[in-house]
Write a protein that binds this ligand. Structure first.
Ligand SMILES: NC(=O)c1ccc[n+]([C@@H]2O[C@H](COP(=O)([O-])OP(=O)(O)OC[C@H]3O[C@@H](n4cnc5c(N)ncnc54)[C@H](O)[C@@H]3O)[C@@H](O)[C@H]2O)c1
Length: 292
């Protein structure tokens, strides 16, 4: 369903690799809501993925850029504004990669060259995008910038490794730049902390299926899907959220406020199966106890 929330708005979307990507789902939703945008990814990811299909569907173009490279970013921003015929109203940073995670290095045995790369790709690139946009005066007044984060910035989750440090830095950049861009041009900058989601980046995390299942059990509303994340993001790009800035906003079904749930406890309760708990909850109007 479309509400025309983004009619007349122009934007820049980083990170659509394939149709599972959060950025892909977001691009589709932005297009439905009347927004126009330029897509970007690294040349290697463009070859690996299917971003051209998305561009065609959304009447967009793909401009290659490595988000750690300021020259690439400046070229992207300049050409993107030319294509769209004006400055951006929204920017989505949906980028994450850790060579330590990829190569199976644990947090107590990090390769420091890889750590630099993790931080550069997954966090400092956000600063580079913001600083390049500001230098080129590429974002309209009352524009909105969002980067995707994860609760591992606040709490330790086994297996998330140095990406936790990258997300903590990413969220800090949103606050620090949010002050500068807000003061000068009323541009808002936020991070959205998303549930575990079945994507290429998500699947690379050690024990992802267990993490996903745990979060699903712990969240009263269940994990948020990539499509549900896209729904939330379009509200943040719209004029309905003009005074929300410098925040880390959870789109996680309630996970971040939980300590223990019945469904998670059922794992430790003999004879109590999660499927039974779910069944029981729906039958009894959420009055079930673990006594089955
Ligand atoms: N999947 C999850 O469980 C989950 C949960 C919370 C937050 N996130 C975050 O959401 C964002 C998007 O990830 P996703 O889950 O859609 O996975 P994805 O693999 O589809 O997207 C990650 C993107 O980052 C891009 N990228 C990597 N290095 C880059 C570089 N140097 N320059 C430009 N782009 C680069 C990749 O090409 C890819 O398109 C990431 O920030 C991720 O950390 C994901």
């Amino acid at each position: 369903m479309s509400y025309n929330l983004l009619k007349g708005k122009r934007g820049l979307i980083f990170g659509a690799l394939n149709e599972n990507s959060i950025a892909w789902k977001t691009a589709e939703r932005v297009f439905e809501e009347g927004g126009r945008f330029v897509l970007t990814n690294t040349p290697a990811s463009m070859k690996m993925g299917t971003i051209d299909k998305l561009a065609e569907k959304c009447e967009s173009i793909v401009i290659p850029a490595d988000a750690t490279n300021v020259e690439d970013l400046e070229n992207l921003i300049t050409k993107g504004m030319e294509f769209l015929g004006g400055k951006f109203d929204f920017v989505l940073h949906s980028i994450g990669m850790s060579p330590n995670v990829r190569k199976g290095r644990t947090y107590d045995d990090l390769n420091y060259h890889y750590l630099h790369q993790t931080l550069d790709i997954s966090a400092i690139s956000f600063h580079k995008v913001l600083q390049s946009c500001r230098k080129l005066d590429a974002i309209n007044d009352w524009g909105s910038v969002v980067a995707l984060s994860y609760v591992a910035a606040q709490r330790t989750l086994y297996g998330y490794n140095d990406m936790a440090d990258a997300k903590a830095l990413l969220e800090s950049i949103a606050r620090s730049f949010g002050y500068i861009y807000g003061r000068e041009k009323n541009i808002r900058i936020n991070t959205v902390s998303q549930s575990p989601t079945m994507t290429t980046a998500g699947g690379g995390i050690m024990g992802f299926d267990k993490l996903y299942d745990f979060a699903e059990r712990m969240s009263p509303l269940g994990n948020a899907s990539a499509a549900e994340c896209a729904d939330y993001l379009i509200t943040l790009f719209s004029d309905l959220t003009k005074k929300v800035t410098m925040q880390n906003l959870y789109n996680d079904g309630g996970y971040s406020s939980m300590g223990m749930s019945l469904a998670a406890m059922s794992v430790y309760t003999e004879g109590l199966d999660y499927a039974d708990v779910k069944e029981d909850l729906s039958k009894k109007g959420k009055k079930a106890t673990a006594k089955k």
